[in-house]
Design a protein around this ligand. Sequence first.
Ligand SMILES: [Zn+2]
Length: 114
Amino acid sequence: MKIETTKEDWKKTIIYLIIYLSSIVIAAILLLPIYWYIWVLIIVSGMIILAFWHAQKAHYHCTNCGNEFQVSILTDLISPQGLGRDNSGKTYGWKYVKCPSCGKRMKAPITQMK
Ligand SMILES: [Zn+2]
């Protein structure tokens, strides 16, 4: 089992976020204040695309029963997430989700981001 979000994953996530944020800014300059609804549409669709991308790539590990699972896009969007540190001092990403196998809610570590 690999509970480790690699540097490459972070780089990719940050690059996607930068692209997203800069397109929001550029779109704001071009579209606001007349075409504000198009701007809102860009923000919303960007968020959905990012959530899609994340939900598709992230796998979670149940700390209770050991089950590996994925979450839906909606769960990915609304669930709290954060960074933790394991016993050896390595940082890992987690998300507060319910395991589909044993039904327990926990801060499940992200095991894979490919
Ligand atoms: Zn479980």
